[in-house]
Design a protein. Structure first.
Length: 298
């Protein structure tokens, strides 16, 4: 399916990233709010959340068919795959972070901090030391659309880390209005986190004890707001925005855009060569093959 012009180049360095597909392929178009894409290489499928419909969907890479992976799903939002191939999920409706085991059972990893329920865990990443990091904005408790309307027990929207050995939950950042997407740099010495309400992204140094230093400005969104994002294997950031997917160099320069006909919520890399960018955009899921590969996170 063709949607006219696909790329907008703002810096010459972008040309080497997008000399692959010149069309955007629509894989599915029956969602209310598509979010949280993740690619499972063993199963050769793409999974994602359809938050208001309370389901996790999957696209089978071998057949092109789309089906339901889980419903109900606790109004899941963000997902990732850990080093053991298990799905880690942020559940808006149940206000918790869970892990789906190999046998299909669900383990609750975190649902409270200081005895208080989380707001609505949103996006999640796993570091190579198996620590789990997630954001906790209030989108899932603002109304019944993406979760269940409720008052915040914590009283703020923050970022947390789950210790891989003890399961202890530690708050690691509290300087944002609505923290959302997050991703580690390739060397895992810094953590990028976006704030959807303030429409910006910050970068934090990761300390040896698992804490974060004060955030430093990285980029401001030029159309809509940042939501979910991923890095490629050179450290470039591919992030959601109002008019598509924006690509940033690690030096903070906006290199170019993939133009998408719907507001983009999140992206992930996948496919046999890890060079397919899957895009969750409001009602649809799209895919484009690039000339770069995604950073390996498992």
């Amino acid at each position: 399916m063709s949607y006219g012009k696909l790329y907008e180049t703002l810096d010459d360095r972008f040309a080497t990233c997008v000399n692959g597909d010149v069309r955007l392929e629509q894989l599915h178009d029956d969602c209310r709010w598509a979010e949280g894409p993740f690619y499972h290489p063993t199963g050769r499928f793409l999974g994602w959340s359809d938050i208001p419909n309370d389901r996790i969907l999957r696209w089978d890479e071998t057949t092109g068919e789309v089906g339901v992976l889980r419903q109900p799903a606790g109004n899941t939002n963000g997902h990732t795959i850990d080093r053991q191939g298990r799905m880690i999920s942020c559940e808006h409706g149940n206000r918790r972070v869970t892990r789906t085991e190999h046998d299909g059972s669900i383990t609750v990893l975190a649902d409270r901090f200081g005895g208080m329920r989380f707001n609505s865990p949103n996006d999640v990443v796993v570091r190579s030391d198996n620590s789990i990091w997630f954001t906790d904005p209030t989108y899932g408790i603002k109304s019944d659309y993406e979760g269940h309307q409720a008052e915040s027990e914590i009283g703020s929207a923050d970022v947390y880390r789950i210790d891989p050995e003890t399961g202890e939950v530690r708050m690691v950042a509290s300087d944002m209005a609505q923290p959302n997407g997050l991703a580690f740099s390739l060397d895992e010495l810094t953590l990028y986190i976006c704030d959807s309400e303030r429409r910006d992204m910050k970068v934090y140094d990761v300390n040896d004890d698992g804490t974060l230093s004060a955030g430093k400005p990285f980029a401001e969104c030029t159309n809509g707001c940042f939501d979910g994002f991923r890095l490629d294997n050179t450290g470039r950031i591919w992030t959601s925005a109002g008019d598509g997917v924006h690509c940033y160099d690690p030096d903070g320069t906006l290199l170019g855009k993939i133009l998408v006909p719907e507001v983009v919520a999140n992206v992930c890399f996948g496919g046999p060569k890890h060079n397919q960018l899957f895009i969750c955009a409001t009602t649809s899921v799209y895919m484009v093959k690039l000339s770069v590969t995604g950073a390996r996170t498992f």
